[in-house]
Design a protein around this ligand. Structure first.
Ligand code: MRU
Length: 383
């Protein structure tokens, strides 16, 4: 359950803090371990934390997008298994529920299975349940550290690549959805590169797609950009074409929820049209993601399961200032006739041929081919 009595306002980091409020953390108060989430459905209006004391609460938080973004979903999955183990719940059942809470981001199941394997190795190797639970938690913490390190390396590789592609500096970067510290144990993926460019004095402007229908760009990326003191501008997704036409975009940087073996990339709905625009206008289109987002078991883009979200997210407007307003049909302000049908896929798939490069913590793949991706993933992990 979400412990409402212990739900609390997050302590905001100082305005000059290098990173925002942590999106997820593990705590061990006397009443028992909990997973604490910064509720992303309430940002930027309020910084409120959800205190999850059990797996169903965490699954609800994943489905409602209180916790979201591929790498962070991996951490939520791993800590969720650790929570189930520490509180004595059925770990197999918990792992199944968590792994399938959302279908597209491969990191979610990856995180779940890593913690579950660590738990089983001890439980089936003669350890007691307390030791097995400790192993699951240690694995979640290891994944957390790895994710933070991966963020740093992706930011360095991405900045170097931008320097090669755009030697003049002073980048005007367009991004979509939210890919910063809110989706990661560290600084994030695409936004991590943007942050590095900003700190190097090379970011002229960040164009922030609002990202319909749940506004991860307008609400979350703008929140992170403002904290960093970046020059940023929010635009409707449909305004991007006119920006390209006006020559105002030097590069597009996005994250990924799943990268198939052939290099196709599933990411937030609206990414694919940006890739088409970028190709037409000869603008580099870069995908930034850790290797945990590459799924060798998914052969191609057509095989990626794309999450379909409820229609009321499109037909109703649910401002984040109204807690829970978008959770159920009828909870938001109608923007379409009652009973209107809605098409609401959460993601789309961009084929490899439209992607200039995929930037990972192990290096850069460009041009993007299945073979080059496989070779990169086979490299030893850095560090
Ligand atoms: O539905 P969301 O908000 O979880 O979608 C998130 C995205 O599409 C991100 O771009 C993706 O997870 C990459 S974040 C590193």
């Amino acid at each position: 359950m979400v412990d409402q009595t212990e739900g609390r306002s997050a302590t905001p980091a100082p305005d000059d803090a290098p990173v925002p409020v942590p999106a997820l953390r593990w705590e061990e108060p006397p009443e028992g371990p909990v997973v604490v989430l910064l509720d992303q459905t309430r940002l930027p209006a309020e910084e409120v934390e959800l205190v999850c004391t059990d797996v169903p609460a965490l699954v609800d938080a994943v489905r409602s997008l209180a916790v979201r973004g591929a790498p962070l979903l991996g951490l939520a999955g791993a800590y969720g298994v650790a929570l189930a183990a520490a509180r004595g719940y059925d770990v197999t059942e918990a792992a199944e529920h968590l792994a399938h809470a959302r279908p597209t981001a491969v990191n979610l199941e990856y995180g779940v299975r890593r913690a579950e394997r660590a738990y089983r190795a001890v439980a089936e190797g003669g350890g007691d349940l307390e030791q097995a639970a400790a192993a699951a938690l240690a694995e979640a913490r290891a994944l957390h550290r790895e994710d933070a390190e991966a963020s740093e390396r992706m930011a360095a590789h991405g900045l170097e690549l931008l320097g090669e592609l755009l030697p003049g500096g002073g980048y005007r970067i367009l991004t979509h959805c939210n890919t910063g510290a809110l989706v990661s144990g560290g600084g994030g993926t695409a936004f991590g590169v943007v942050r590095s460019a900003h700190r190097a004095g090379e970011l002229r402007r960040l164009w922030v797609d609002e990202t319909r229908p749940l506004l991860q760009g307008a609400r979350l990326t703008a929140y992170e950009a403002a904290r960093e003191g970046m020059a940023y501008t929010v635009l409707t997704d449909s305004a991007a074409g006119s920006l390209f036409a006006a020559g105002e975009v030097d590069a597009v940087l996005v994250g990924a929820d799943r990268i198939a073996a052939d290099g196709s990339v599933a990411n937030k709905i609206g990414t694919y049209p940006l890739a088409v625009l970028a190709r037409y206008h000869h603008v580099p289109f870069l995908v930034v993601a850790p290797v945990t987002t590459v799924d060798a078991g998914t052969a191609d883009g057509a095989s990626i399961e794309v999450e379909q979200r409820p229609g009321h997210e499109v037909t109703e407007f649910a401002p984040p200032t109204v807690p829970g307003a978008g959770a159920e049909p009828g909870g938001g302000l109608p923007v379409a006739p009652l009973g209107a049908q809605a098409y609401n896929p959460a993601f789309d798939v961009t084929p490899a041929e439209l992607i200039t490069a995929i930037v990972t913590e192990r290096g850069v793949v460009s041009p993007v081919t299945g073979d080059a991706l496989a070779e990169l993933c086979a490299r030893p992990a850095p560090g």
